[in-house]
Design a binder for this molecule. Structure first.
Ligand SMILES: [Zn+2]
Length: 116
């Protein structure tokens, strides 16, 4: 992989990692008991039944958002690890991912062919 693209993607991945961590820190509490370890901050339950139902629903939505953020963060961190290992840009099947794809998705770990 060409060096300037590698540097460019590394900067993008670090920026994304920082952004994801900031969102997780702002909107979630660390909770080792749930997968991924982040629990959305839960507003106080309202006294009305309707409010409760709404808040539970909101919590479920927040939970899936937190999970998606964690998954994305994990993917970004794996990509940064591959940069450190010198295997960045390599498809999980061993071939090289083309540069256009790496440019479009700096955290890509599979080529278009094998992603099908
Ligand atoms: Zn491949």
């Amino acid at each position: 992989m060409n060096k300037s693209l590698l540097e460019e993607n590394k900067a993008k991945l670090l920026a994304e990692q920082k952004r994801l961590n900031a969102i997780l820190a702002r909107d979630t509490n660390v909770d080792p008991e749930i997968p991924g370890g982040h629990k959305p901050k839960f507003d106080e339950l309202g006294s009305e039944e309707g409010e409760n139902a709404h808040e539970v629903e909101q919590f479920q939505n927040d939970l899936s958002v937190a999970e998606r953020l964690e998954q994305r963060l994990h993917k970004v961190e794996q990509a940064l690890q591959r940069i450190a290992d010198g295997t960045y840009g390599q498809c999980i099947q061993g071939d090289m991912i083309d540069e256009a794809r790496m440019r479009a998705e700096p955290a890509a770990d599979i080529c278009i062919q094998h992603a099908k």
